[in-house]
Write a protein that binds this ligand. Structure first.
Ligand SMILES: Cc1cc2nc3c(=O)[nH]c(=O)nc-3n(C[C@H](O)[C@H](O)[C@H](O)COP(=O)(O)O)c2cc1C
Length: 354
């Protein structure tokens, strides 16, 4: 009796919080914040992740090991300064100090020869200092740079690419020969495939698709994501259970991928959505690249449901600032299995000029 009464009260209060209260709270930002701060914890994990990311970002920037994301962002900013028309005689004065601090720290800790981004940092900074003009503030950093990289040119002579990693003019003859028609065909060929045959997927092909994904645009080139790839059958079965959208076909997925976003790429909340955008752009290139190699895929939603988040967090050993973003099933499609037609919205429904 008491049990039934408790359930009834719980049901009524859930319905009040879920349906009635939002009707008042949505009218103001403060009330909305109170609603999500007190009555509904849907955003609690995201709030904590954003905050943890920002703090890690800021702390790392002033620590001995340096902040790699900051270094990438600032190198990108320097490149934009170098390619600006007309180029300003003096630029980047406000962030060259923090760039050099982080460059020196990263230089001390990362393997120089194996990481092409180290060469990019080096080349862009070299170009910047060559063209920065005479400014006493900048000259002081130029001296620090020279001292730090003393002897690096010899190391780079052994590197894969002798090309300077700085702004350049694109050459027509180096363009791809893919026509729009062929590209469009590829986009239509890609359909979400849910039935796979038992052939194992060579890691080499997945890596190639990740390489293509790696060329996707990302805000300030930070690439705040990771592909966590599972091809061990036991682990695939385990991770396939976590999202909601794999029921009925999860058992035949040969490879399961979880895209993870790193919120420590940002120093400010304003960029908190960028993990989703950047990872989605990469995911699209990844899936198209798979198609060119005869492989198929299906995107799988990652719902922000606390109980599921806890399982995924444990499985992937995620840090507080890391978020699972989406999953992807990958494999060779089973020709006996069908795909949904998935007709798309007509052009005039999805585009509008001016
Ligand atoms: C973010 C996202 C989440 C998705 N989640 C699921 C899912 O959980 N389960 C599933 O079977 N398909 C899922 N899909 C696949 C969509 O159903 C599919 O992309 C859509 O119906 C269009 O079909 P197409 O991919 O063949 O063009 C998802 C796709 C995206 C982009």
């Amino acid at each position: 009796m008491l049990h039934k009464l408790t359930a009834k009260v719980k049901g009524a209060s859930y319905s009040f919080v879920r349906n009635k209260l939002p009707k008042y709270c949505h009218r103001s930002r403060l009330l909305s914040s109170i609603y999500y701060g007190v009555f509904d914890k849907s955003f609690a994990r995201e709030h904590q992740a954003v905050l943890a990311g920002r703090i890690k970002h800021v702390e790392e920037a002033s620590q001995e090991k340096g902040n790699y994301f900051l270094m990438v962002r600032n190198t990108h900013r320097l490149e934009k300064g170098l390619l600006m028309r007309p180029r300003r005689a003096v630029f980047a004065k406000e962030y060259i100090g923090e760039t050099m601090d982080n460059f020196e720290s990263i230089w001390n800790h990362k393997e120089i020869s194996g990481n092409p981004q180290m060469k990019w940092f080096y080349d862009v900074l070299s170009s910047y200092f060559e063209s920065a003009g005479t400014d006493p503030d900048i000259e002081k950093y130029q001296e620090r740079f020279k001292k730090k990289v003393n002897g690096f040119d010899t190391a780079m002579a052994r590197a894969d690419t002798p090309v300077k990693a700085v702004p350049y003019h694109r050459l027509q003859e180096q363009s791809s020969h893919i026509t729009f028609e062929e590209f469009y065909k590829l986009t239509r060929q890609r359909r979400s495939v849910r039935w796979f045959d038992a052939r194992p997927v060579p890691r080499e092909l997945i890596d190639k698709a990740v390489l293509a994904a790696n060329q996707s645009p990302s805000a300030c080139n930070r690439q705040p994501y990771e592909f966590r790839i599972f091809d061990d059958p036991a682990l695939v079965q385990e991770v396939t259970k976590y999202p909601m959208g794999t029921s009925g076909y999860g058992h035949n997925i040969p490879v399961m991928i979880v895209l993870v976003g790193n919120l420590d790429a940002y120093f400010d909340e304003r960029d908190r959505h960028v993990i989703y955008i950047d990872a989605s752009l990469a995911a699209m290139s990844f899936m198209l690249a798979l198609e060119t190699m005869g492989l198929s895929s299906c995107s799988i939603n990652w719902p922000d449901v606390e109980e599921k988040e806890v399982k995924m967090e444990k499985f992937l050993k995620l840090k507080t600032q890391q978020r699972a973003l989406m999953c992807m099933a990958v494999g060779y499609s089973d020709p006996e299995g069908m795909v949904a037609f998935s007709e798309k919205r007509p052009l005039d429904q999805i585009r509008q000029y001016n």
